[in-house]
Design a protein around this ligand. Structure first.
Ligand code: ATP
Ligand code: MG
Length: 624
């Protein structure tokens, strides 16, 4: 069964179970200026899950187009795309676990035809701190469902993700994980929930591709392992409780919120761990192979990026976004330019959008009439953007001719990169094409110049301060101040061994590298989140002063490892001058007071923690 058919059958299945099929919400939320994109099926339904009556009744279903800019760095792996469809069904105080789990199971095994032997599930283990009980009901329902297929489903107690890597599969089918994996609330863990907030356990279904475990991720494989053997294909949230005066009370009419990735279910249906093999993505990859004359197997990651970015771009444009320098328009521009650059490196030097966008439109125009309707406008906007960007690339090429004579030197590669944004790989390929020699020390020289450049922009001396942000958009500035808060919070929780090793901030997220010898647990990350959100709520003033470098360090200001500073530095203080929350050497700019970060109900959230290199951890975090 192909992806288009799975979408259709899913909606039909839940319609037959009394659900009203509702239209997708646009990718750009219409009545919520604080959120750039619709990122889940649940998002547009929040008011109804909180109690407002839905005009279509208490059973609704849809396929919600989602865009997650924060997943952009993940694209290239086997299962993440920035744009995807989330199949959803909701019980607004109507049916509960028994029906939900049985229906989804029935849909997967009977309608889609997945082999039950390849399905594994997870349930909530309970939370001692807040006294929320283990979800034995869901586990019991699953046990019976497996049994009907002749499968004796063992239950296994895991706990945290780290426990999973230590304990492994242990011949289990039903796995109990803690709140970091199997609990939903808008604030994360049960302990972090604000008064009045709803939350509850969830239960996830995983498909087993049977691929070999990669020990890079941990000693043993388990359903929530990142090695790619198990793919999460659906998540049923049972909104069971409301927190009142710090206690969990059962809602009189609990809700069900289900979300399952269409692309991932479709990948399971063809038993391929690579989502780009499904019917909604493969034709785009085929088109790229034809255009470039290159093989997908040899260029997996870049072809995935191009296919994903152009598909996302088409849907953003259908929903009214146009390339620009701010907000959603900026994200669209980045998607297109990244796609064009990656394609350029594959040898596609013209007409990328003109050739590929129609393939994408064709895949969707039958099921989404708005795609057919916007076709011409989208193509024109993309071709205009491609023309502008190619001029930049071409200017780089012209300079290439000027600068390189019979040998391509590291200095030239650097100048092209630094001044024209001309990619390093392109310089080398260009040299190759023109049969120009590449100097043997080109890489070394380039790296050295890049290093010097980095030092220059970091060195603070006579009016030139470290760390000036390239992008001064309000989103980036907010995340910059947030990063200071996070740096201090990490020190508070993990100790003074935490030293910044690098950072990178875009409009969507902050990425922060720091020294720390081991994985940071979800509990510790939650503590960090809590501290940061508290500082945002306190609306602390953010001020700066120029200080003598040694004085600044004596007074406890933080800096980044390996940075060299001049005689005087700019020091940013968050909070009261006498007893500040954080003091950091930095070029700015920052928000004037931390409350600005939380405007529109935004909360700080850590989305990822992973190893960056030996002894260095990397965190990604967002405001949402
Ligand atoms: P992951 O840990 O794999 O990133 P998630 O925990 O972020 O997934 P949810 O937020 O629970 O996923 O979203 C519900 C469903 O949407 C998932 O079960 C998955 O099938 C799908 N999904 C989530 N993110 C992506 C993505 N970037 N690309 C494709 N499908 C996705
Ligand atoms: Mg994710």
């Amino acid at each position: 069964m192909d992806a288009q058919e799975i979408r259709k059958k899913y909606l039909e299945y839940f319609e037959a179970k009394g659900h009203k099929v509702i239209p997708r919400a646009l990718l750009v939320p219409q009545d919520d200026p604080t959120t750039l994109f619709t990122g889940s099926g649940m998002q547009p339904l929040i008011p109804y899950l909180l109690g407002e009556p839905h005009p279509q009744g208490n059973r609704v279903t849809d396929s919600q187009t989602c865009f997650r800019a924060e997943d952009m760095d993940e694209v290239g792996d086997n299962r993440h795309t920035t744009f995807f469809e989330m199949l959803g069904n909701w019980s607004l105080g109507d049916y509960f676990k028994e029906d939900q789990l049985a229906w989804f199971w029935d849909f997967l095994t009977k309608t889609v035809g997945l082999d039950p032997q390849k399905l594994y599930v997870t349930c909530f283990i309970g939370d001692e701190q807040t006294g929320v009980p283990k979800d034995t009901e869901s586990a019991k329902i699953w046990k019976d469902l497996f049994e009907q297929e002749g499968i004796d489903a063992n239950t296994v107690e895991i706990g945290s993700e780290a426990d999973g890597y230590a304990k492994g599969l242990q011949d289990g089918r039903i796995f109990f994980y803690d709140a970091s994996k199997n609990w939903w609330s808008r604030e994360g863990l049960p302990a972090n929930m604000r008064d009045g907030e709803p939350g509850g356990p969830d239960s996830e279904v995983f498909y087993d591709f049977g691929t070999a475990h990669d020990k890079k991720y941990g000693a043993h494989c388990h359903p929530n392992c990142d090695c790619g053997r198990f793919l999460e294909i659906g998540n049923s949230v049972f909104m069971t409780y409301r927190k009142i005066d710090g206690k969990f009370q059962e809602l009189p009419k609990p809700n069900v919120d289900f979300g399952g990735g269409l692309e991932r279910i479709a990948a399971a249906a063809i038993d391929s761990p690579d989502v780009f093999q499904i019917s909604l993505l493969k034709p785009i990859i085929d088109g790229l192979e034809k255009l470039s004359g290159k093989n997908y197997e040899k260029h997996e990651s870049s072809m995935r990026v191009i296919a994903d970015h152009l598909r996302a771009a088409v849907f953003l444009a259908v929903d009214g976004v146009r390339p620009s320098n701010k907000q959603q328009g900026y994200v669209l521009r980045r998607l297109l330019r990244r796609a064009i650059r990656y394609a350029f490196e594959l040898g596609i030097e013209q007409d990328l959008c003109e050739k590929v966008a129609p393939i994408i439109i064709e895949l969707y125009e039958n099921d989404f009439p708005e795609v057919a309707k916007e076709k011409q406008a989208v193509l024109e906007a993309f071709m205009r953007e491609e023309k502008i960007f190619r001029q930049t690339l071409r200017r780089g090429l012209r300079e290439f001719e000027h600068l390189s004579s019979d040998q391509l030197k590291g200095e030239t590669i650097f100048t092209l990169y630094d001044t024209y944004g001309f990619p390093v790989e392109l310089s080398k390929e260009e040299a190759f094409k023109r049969e120009i020699d590449i100097a043997s020390d080109a890489d070394k020289v380039f790296d050295k110049l890049m290093d010097e450049q980095r030092q220059r922009s970091q060195t603070a001396s006579a009016g030139m301060f470290k760390g000036g942000l390239a992008d001064h958009s309000p989103e980036v500035v907010k995340l910059h101040t947030t990063t200071h808060l996070m740096y201090q919070a990490l020190k508070n929780i993990l100790g003074d061994g935490v030293v910044q090793r690098g950072s990178n901030i875009t409009a969507e997220r902050t990425r922060f590298d720091f020294s720390h010898p081991e994985k940071v647990s979800r509990e510790q990350l939650d503590e960090v989140e809590k501290i940061v959100n508290e500082q945002i709520e306190k609306d602390l003033p953010v001020t700066w002063k120029e200080e003598k470098t040694d004085e600044a360090f004596k007074k406890g200001a933080s800096g980044a490892f390996g940075d060299k500073y001049g005689d005087t530095v700019k020091v940013y203080t968050i909070g009261d001058e006498e007893k500040p929350f954080s003091r950091e050497i930095c070029g700015g700019p920052h928000v004037e007071h931390t409350g600005v970060i939380g405007e529109g109900g935004k909360r700080f959230k850590i989305t990822k923690e992973e190893a960056s290199s030996a002894g260095v951890r990397r965190i990604k975090a967002v405001l949402q």
